[in-house]
Design a protein around this ligand. Structure first.
Ligand SMILES: Cc1cc2nc3c(=O)[nH]c(=O)nc-3n(C[C@H](O)[C@H](O)[C@H](O)COP(=O)(O)OP(=O)(O)OC[C@H]3O[C@@H](n4cnc5c(N)ncnc54)[C@H](O)[C@@H]3O)c2cc1C
Length: 351
């Protein structure tokens, strides 16, 4: 690892990988920091929508077979308005369906193919803006050492919970509201069609919506509620529905996981950065309705790369360029929540 890079990126998810790819393509030196060991687990349904697939293929190549699970393609989402009635929304016009992947493998494929230098088990813990450069504090987790690294630009691709955003603007952070999502993975079976991703919209099963999908035979389901509110009663009721109505048989629990998200996206509260620090993907507030976030993570990562490359090469203001480049994506994200709320017949956020 060098002591100086053009750009340091915190986070190796799709937004970090896309930013890294764009910057490396433009000839800049890039370090990607990832606090976890790679390939890392990410709570997700792992559906790669058309836009994500197109960007992936254009910049990184074909999604590797090792990332796919069975069923390899999901036909669409089946939204249940109650336990008997549903409506299908196909993922693709041609009916082929969307790739169904493990995020650990897909994300690792992306970041490896960015050709940037990657340091896993290295967490960004702080930074200081010196005007003409940024000095980043990095915790080398395995050796328990703190390292200082200098860069021209810093990118936060940290996901919804961002240390960088917290430090840049504590007031903005104070105004955020949070929700908790929880997901179970069981060996077993059910009679829900595994070729669909299922969403249950009745508020008794969760405050956003409750979801179900199948990966390699695992029965994966979860729900969400406002942070501080009890999620367990929703999950119990939902599990009961799955067991009684859809004959869910639960074998061994293989994994349970949770995460938190915030109200930036549904309320159009984007935070794009300050001075020489840019935020991308969920860290900046890019997440579409029903929790689709890979497409906007990829596109905003690429926009940040373009803005920084132009900033460095032509002495332009990267943040202004990035703000301009993301205008359409911000509009689309905001519109998606409005459409989602219309489809669900209610506000989609518990907060
Ligand atoms: C239950 C659930 C299901 C979902 N299903 C889908 C789906 O099917 N399809 C879809 O498109 N989207 C889905 N999403 C949304 C999608 O997962 C996210 O929007 C997407 O991962 C955001 O990408 P990102 O790169 O911004 O952040 P992330 O993918 O969250 O990556 C952030 C990375 O940064 C690392 N990191 C954080 N802080 C630091 C630090 N200080 N230093 C170093 N590393 C750090 C983290 O360990 C992580 O690896 C789902 C989300 C949830 C919660």
């Amino acid at each position: 690892m060098q002591k100086e890079y053009d750009v340091v990126i915190a986070g190796s998810g799709p937004s970090g990988a896309a930013a890294a790819k764009g910057l490396v393509n433009d000839g800049l030196s890039v370090l990607v920091l990832e606090k976890k060991k790679l390939p890392r687990y990410k709570i997700c349904s792992g559906i790669i929508f058309r836009k994500s697939q197109d960007i992936t293929e254009e910049y990184f190549g074909e999604i590797p077979k090792s990332a796919y699970v069975t069923p390899e393609l999901l036909k669409g989402v089946r939204f249940w308005s109650d336990s008997e009635n549903y409506k299908d929304y196909p993922f693709t016009k041609d009916g082929c369906g969307a790739p169904n992947v493990w995020r650990s493998e897909y994300d690792y494929f992306l970041v490896k193919n960015s050709d940037a230098e990657i340091k896993d088990c290295h967490a960004l813990t702080g930074f200081s803006d010196k005007g003409d450069c940024v000095v980043v504090k990095v915790h080398d987790v395995l050796n328990d050492k703190v390292i200082d690294i200098k860069c021209k630009y810093l990118i936060s691709a940290e996901g919804g919970k961002s240390i960088i955003r917290e430090k840049l603007d504590p007031e903005f952070e104070k105004g955020l509201k949070w929700f908790t999502a929880y997901q179970n993975y069981y060996e077993g079976s059910s009679n829900l069609d595994p070729d669909f991703y299922h969403g249950f919209l009745e508020p008794q099963y969760g405050e956003v919506y409750a979801w179900f999908s199948v990966k390699n035979g695992l029965q994966i389901f979860g729900t969400a509620a406002a942070k501080g509110k009890k999620i367990k009663p929703y999950l119990l009721k939902y599990t009961e529905l799955l067991e009684k109505r859809f004959d869910l048989k639960r074998g061994k629990m293989v994994r349970k996981s949770g995460c938190i998200g915030n109200n930036m996206c549904p309320e159009g509260k984007f935070y794009l950065g300050k001075n020489n620090t840019l935020l991308v993907g969920e860290a900046a507030g890019f997440l579409n309705a029903f929790g689709e976030g890979i497409s906007c993570a990829l596109s905003t990562g690429l926009f940040a790369a373009e803005a920084i490359s132009k900033g460095i090469k032509s002495n332009n203001n990267a943040l202004e360029l990035y703000t301009e480049l993301t205008k359409r994506e911000r509009k689309e994200t905001t519109v998606s929540w409005r459409l989602g709320a219309r489809l669900a017949g209610r506000d989609l956020m518990p907060i």
